[in-house]
Write a protein that binds this ligand. Structure first.
Ligand code: SAM
Ligand code: SF4
Length: 350
């Protein structure tokens, strides 16, 4: 690559400190970027992937340097929070070098927060490195504490390894939120004990409704458990007090009096909160999705590789944000078995 970008290693901060926020057509400020750094994973969770996945050809995947360039462009335009996700982000070779470079933007004050969502399989040897890069909080996905069930859900995962990773993350000083996908007849009855366990360890826990993204080997109708039902069941025994906490995302939080911990609900099916959405999602091939649940995307890789200037990328980002849709139309129904969008969650990142 002989562009301006490759010579100086990163974008000139032509727009750094640009006072104009990235506003979408509905007046929402976009200040949060999620980056799926790989579509590959060492697990095959039954609600996320089919067992035999076809992954993206390596030639289509952006280099870590290119990902950094795109992230920097977003920071220049006002993005204040970046989440590294995937696929499993921590299995991408040398991912720490990207996280380290992005962490440098925290030191300058340009970025407020850098977080990671992981399945925990690599945390044992990576937790301290993440902290050294400036990561303070991570999300770890665990749907059950039953080792056999864990293996059934993840197909390839090992719960013990994840728990060792969690311990390493705690010891390294990372603040942890557990993500748990609520699955009918699978972890439904275990949810209260998962919450007690997480809160007992000082972790937040967020329950997520399974979303119709990509073909899997199972019927999503059979997996789908409305969080409204879970919440109603929890309220038989516990006091849940609504908290005002907002991340600009779809989660709503309560304080559980009995466990003295924070519990989140992500309810894209029973109740979406698109009106306050502040985020966009970048894939490892440089495609920008303005909504998790819609197909429209912008090709930032083309802007990056063909545009040869930071302005070309900035313009492509601004143009994309001007197309951010109002919200998604997720539905899980017996009569319509097709996924709402064809790509998997691992492509756009959860
Ligand atoms: N591999 C990492 C992990 O599992 O945390 C990061 C990527 S994963 C796609 C991010 C989050 O999306 C996880 O919490 C996972 O449980 C959730 N997820 C994956 N597929 C989903 C689906 N179809 N519906 C709802 N949540 C899903
Ligand atoms: Fe991998 Fe995360 Fe998807 Fe599970 S949810 S298959 S760990 S990307």
């Amino acid at each position: 690559m002989d562009s301006e970008l490759s010579r100086n290693g990163h974008f000139q901060s032509a727009a750094a400190g640009d006072p104009t926020p990235l506003l979408d057509p509905y007046g929402r400020e976009v200040n949060y970027l999620r980056v799926s750094v790989t579509d590959r994973c060492d697990f095959r969770c039954v609600y996320c992937m089919s067992e035999n996945m076809t992954f993206l050809p390596k030639k289509d995947v952006l280099t870590l340097e290119e990902l950094e360039q795109l992230c920097t462009a977003f920071i220049d335009l006002g993005v204040r929070k970046i989440r590294i996700t995937g696929g499993e982000p921590l299995v991408r070779r040398d991912i720490v070098s990207l996280i380290e470079k992005l962490g440098a933007h925290i030191d300058t004050g340009a970025l407020e927060e850098l977080t990671v969502t992981t399945n925990g399989s690599q945390l044992e040897h990576m937790a301290e490195k993440l902290v050294a890069c400036g990561v303070k909080r991570i999300n770890v996905s665990i749907d059950t504490l039953d080792a056999k069930k864990f293996h059934t859900i993840t197909r390839w995962g090992n719960l013990d390894k994840v728990l060792v990773g969690l311990k390493a993350a705690t010891d390294a000083g990372l603040k942890i939120k557990i993500n748990t996908v609520a699955l009918k007849d699978v972890n439904e009855t275990e949810i209260p004990s998962m919450i007690e366990w997480a809160h007992g360890q000082g972790f937040d826990l967020t329950l997520i409704e399974t979303m119709p993204l990509g073909e899997i080997d199972y019927d999503r109708v059979d997996q789908y458990l409305p969080i409204s039902k879970v919440r109603a069941n929890l309220e038989h025994n516990w006091h849940l007090d609504d908290l005002p906490d907002r991340t600009g995302g779809p989660a709503r939080y309560v304080h559980v009096k009995e466990t003295d911990g924070r519990l989140g609900f992500i309810t894209p099916l029973t109740h979406n909160f698109c009106e306050s959405c502040n985020r966009v999602r970048l894939t490892c091939t440089g495609q920008l999705f303005m909504c998790l649940g819609q197909d429209d995307k912008a090709d930032l890789r083309a802007a990056l590789r063909d545009g040869h200037s930071d302005e070309a990328v900035h313009d492509a980002i601004r143009e994309a944000i001007s197309r951010k849709p109002k919200g998604h139309d997720f539905a899980i129904e017996r009569r319509n078995q097709n996924p709402s969008v064809e790509r998997h969650m691992s492509t756009t990142g959860g």
